[in-house]
Write a protein that binds this ligand. Sequence first.
Ligand code: AMP
Ligand code: ZN
Length: 470
Amino acid sequence: MKIFDTMQRRKVEFEPIEAGKVRMYVCGPTVYNLIHIGNARPMIVFDTFRRYLEYKGYEVNYVSNFTDVDDKIIKAANDEGVEPSMISERYIAECKRDMSDLNIKPATVHPQATQEIPGMIAMIEKLIENGHAYVASDGTVYFDVASDPDYGKLSHKNMDEMMSGLRELKVSGEENKKSPSDFVLWKPKKEGEPYWESPWCKGRPGWHIECSEMSQKYLGETIDIHAGGEDLIFPHHENEIAQSEGASGKTFCNYWMHNGFLNINNKKMSKSEGNFFTVRDITSQYDPMVLRLFILSAQYRTPLNFSRELMEQAKASYERILNCTDKLTGLLEHAQGDSLSTEEQEAKKQVEGFIRDFEEAMEDDNNTANASTAVYEIVRVANASTNEHSSKAYVAYLLDVIHKLCDGVLGVRTERKTEALDQEIEALIQERQAARKARDFARADEIRDKLTEMGIILEDTREGVKWKRA
Ligand code: AMP
Ligand code: ZN
């Protein structure tokens, strides 16, 4: 299997440290708001990659953090007049709901920065001991970039480039550092900020040390794969390497994977620019699986421009998949025969060819664009080669293939959700009718509000209550 490694700038053959096992770390979101669909891109593409590794039989130890202490969280907390932990806990819960809607498997561990402070302090102590960090007069601890001859090996930036990009930082409150490229490992608290005791001052960790420590704690000193969006290459991942290797003296990570941006009008979607859609905005209009298919429709390293047109295409593709599995599930109920007809054997060969295409695409640096195309081809053959005379063995084979590749690897559910949902809606409507009969109007209104929240519009007609989706 080939992976494009950002450090080597080419596709290389993947070889895990330990046979049959993969240790993988994916940088997670800073939790101060609902996640946007740009944040969902790394979650979806690396979840799909993980699923493919599992399909190949690897045991994947997958770690993805939540950054739950940060300036933006503190600002959001101050704006609302609540504790920062209220903000981060709320948005971790919301993020987990989005992840579940998008069928993103929970990580093996989702560490949170605020729960890992002692480990970070120990790592910073180690860096000071090894001559890679120094304490400034105000108690700030900096990483000493000049102490690391390898600094820049991931981003391939030279010192001059880095300096020109970083000069401004020196002006903005970090005057005590020896060089503009030095970065913060620990910083003193400011009024009204959360803080922890440390050997240097009451304060909190810098952002980069968080991932170095959590990666080492949960995956060991050397890991197989580290991933995230390409904006993290510099400085975040460059700094993680400097810290982790400075502390352990060992290679931090063997393969670096970075996804391209999700753009709107060819500009990066980002909260600070204000040009974003939250996952919630989109999943209130489309099935979350349509968003998943849209994200997977491009190879993960290429930029992907969000558009309604592409979403509509993904929606149509998803409908085709669902129509196919509906048809096959229906046929399976009455189909008989446990051997394949000659035509079915021929069609099965075609399907096997597309399974190979699927696997080749995934083996070629997680090319989910070509892998999805292979699934659409399988769906096309499945539709064309089945009818009420199909053998049970053939129909069951097709369903199994689609479940393994589409549900299993692409993470795109092929079961229609709406039926269960319809039942749930009907049950609520009946409960509302019963409440009205019992003249419990408060309860009846409560149920109506709940239905409205679910995007259901009720109409009281002479023939009874009718409902439709908004
Ligand atoms: P953040 O919360 O900004 O630290 O981002 C969490 C993850 O989402 C990181 O891996 C970012 O690189 C990634 N990310 C943020 N915006 C985008 C975008 N527009 N397209 C793709 N990935 C993004
Ligand atoms: Zn990180």
